[in-house]
Design a binder for this molecule. Sequence first.
Ligand code: PLP
Length: 279
Amino acid sequence: EKVYLNGEIIPSEKAQISVFDRGFIFGDGIYEAMAQINGAFFYEEAHLARLAEGLSKINIRYDVGQIPQEVNKLLAATNLIGKDCFLYIQITRGVAPRQHAFPKDIKLTVFIYALPKVLPDINTLHANVITREDFRWSRCDIKMTSLLGNVMLNEEAMQHECYETVLYRSGMVTEASHCNVFFVKDRVVYTHPANEFILNGITRLVVIQLCQELGLELREQAVAIDSIREMDEAFLTGTSTQIASIRQMDDHVYYQSNNVGPITKILQEAFLRLKTIER
Ligand code: PLP
């Protein structure tokens, strides 16, 4: 299928980047992922704003304002205009002799692909998850392409036939390998504050906004790994995951079989309404 690379739309097998691209050598780049739902990219502005912020955090100068028109070219070439699909954008610092410090005046590498993908209305997954120490670095707020920590931690979940690995740092739950994590206790919704220990998920922001609209108390406050058993409900959020109920965390069962906690359910339904309104 066709992909976008540095201004050109080309078949993926013809798309080439240098072995000296700093994305390849160092993982020196930022990426973004979003979904087209009902003819529009869901929270596109927020995704592009996060991309711009990530680029600026690592001193890559690029105007994300040009992305929508480039994406349109790609969607036209792949017959995906207006269709439900998944979009991946990656910007790396470009090609230079291998030296750690940022080289001056090099050309960025911009790569975009889109794949047809229809997300379920409501995620009916009842996720089993494991918990692990969050051994990643301390700038998890940067959506960088070097995802080895996340990849290794997610692989452990797969080894245990689980959907995700929920992470904790200094005894507090941060996020998961590719999702944010929420808990509910006595109708209060908890999630880790948006600092350098988590990626500030767009779905996380949407859920926070929905809590406000629904009059649910929301605290951006981390939950101790030692108190997960005392929580009433737990769920994951992410662009592809949407809102997924957690059935079991390690050996602690929140909800037997396919039951979903009442607050999780309210949020899933509100999220569905948000997706189906005209945007
Ligand atoms: N946390 C991590 C580490 C992620 O990689 C992701 C998404 O890729 C998320 C959270 C969820 O973010 P979003 O809701 O923007 O997809």
